[in-house]
Design a protein. Structure first.
Length: 70
């Protein structure tokens, strides 16, 4: 009976570890959703500035080039 309990505990431990590894690898380690959203928002603000006349095309190009470096 003790051997069966030990085997059951071992199976749960191994399956839990395998599950944890699967969930970690399912995520893209290179994903940067917050940064991507920030860049999208900044691009939208630059486009709105050009559309409203608050930014010239040259200023917008400079800002976009600067954002690309980040």
């Amino acid at each position: 009976m003790k051997m069966q309990a030990l085997i059951t505990a071992l199976v749960f431990a191994v399956s839990g570890t395998a599950f944890a590894q699967t969930s970690q690898t399912a995520r893209d380690p290179a994903a940067t959703p917050r940064l991507d959203q920030r860049q999208a928002n900044q691009e939208k603000r630059i486009e709105q500035g050009v559309a409203s006349g608050q930014l010239t095309e040259k200023e917008a190009a400079r800002m976009e080039k600067r954002e690309d470096k980040l």
